[in-house]
Write a protein that binds this ligand. Structure first.
Ligand SMILES: *[C@@H]1O[C@H](CO)[C@@H](O)[C@H](O)[C@H]1NC(C)=O
Ligand SMILES: *[C@@H]1O[C@H](CO)[C@@H](O)[C@H](O)[C@H]1NC(C)=O
Length: 245
């Protein structure tokens, strides 16, 4: 999977999400937007996100402390009922892309997954690829966890990336909750290759149907009116197992 520059990004709004428990671990990088922030400020260094950017929200510069030790990447989604995704298409809504832009440590996709993004894990059942599910993919596009899209409620996610694991293999672990509930572990720490540095990116990358690559070929609709609300974006230091739930 490579998410390339030309993948179109459709409307993403940012709001303060549900109030769950307070953040309790050291923040490695914050993506929470101050309430008085203006749209123009996203193009300046006052923004918590990269101002030179792609059109998505990018946290970090590819080689910084968000790619070291053990970090948990947090975000929440809410769907805009007037701007629903068309799940005939594949979307990538959140991803951690490697510094070489040729893949990533994890991504969250939905819709019909294109052939080039198909999981390499032969154990993935067809059900796990249902177009209506959020699918969390690891570095080899294996589906490591799925849940239905909630069309009318906040959904809160976190992914703990262990870059150094003492046991000798690096791991990924997924956390999830709905509404104002505390996050629960929904996978164990899974042995995955988390090398390659990179950046945490949030935005709707809508792919063309039947595309051969993310950027070329396929069919895109015109007059797209789709959006999604993001909130609660931050990266915390989870050394010693610290997780804000
Ligand atoms: C990325 O950020 C880190 C931490 O702020 C800094 O040390 C490093 O020089 C930056 N690298 C680039 C390529 O900007
Ligand atoms: C969803 O996308 C497909 C493929 O682009 C298109 O044919 C269809 O009309 C779309 N459906 C809606 C409801 O927009």
């Amino acid at each position: 999977m490579s998410i390339a520059l030309a993948a179109p990004l459709v409307g993403a709004a940012l709001v303060s999400p549900v109030s769950r428990s307070a953040i309790k671990c050291p923040i490695a990088m914050g993506g929470r937007v101050p309430t008085k922030f203006t749209l123009q400020m996203f193009d300046t260094t006052a923004s918590p996100f990269s101002p030179n950017r792609r059109t998505g929200l990018i946290v970090g510069n590819g080689s910084d402390l968000t790619n070291t030790r053990v970090k948990t990447f947090h975000w929440s989604f809410q769907q805009d009922s007037n701007m629903k995704m068309n799940l005939t298409h594949e979307y990538t809504n959140v991803w951690h892309e490697r510094k070489d832009y040729n893949g990533g440590q994890f991504s969250v996709n939905t819709g019909i997954i294109l052939g080039e993004d198909k999981p390499t894990d032969s154990n993935v059942s067809k059900t796990g690829l249902d177009e209506n599910l959020w699918k969390i993919l690891s570095n080899k596009n294996d589906v490591i966890w799925t849940t239905s899209i909630a069309w009318d409620a906040w959904q809160n996610f976190a992914v703990t990336v262990d870059y150094i694991s003492d046991s000798g293999c690096t791991t990924l672990q997924v956390w999830y909750s709905a509404g104002g509930d505390a996050l629960q572990a929904v996978t164990r720490p899974l042995a995955k290759d988390n090398s390659g540095g990179g950046q945490f990116q949030l935005g709707m990358a809508k792919k063309a149907t039947e595309a051969v690559t993310v950027v070329y070929g396929g069919y895109h609709e015109s007059n797209i009116h789709e959006g999604q609300i993001y909130g609660g974006i931050f990266i915390e230091d989870s050394i010693g197992g610290c997780i804000s739930k």
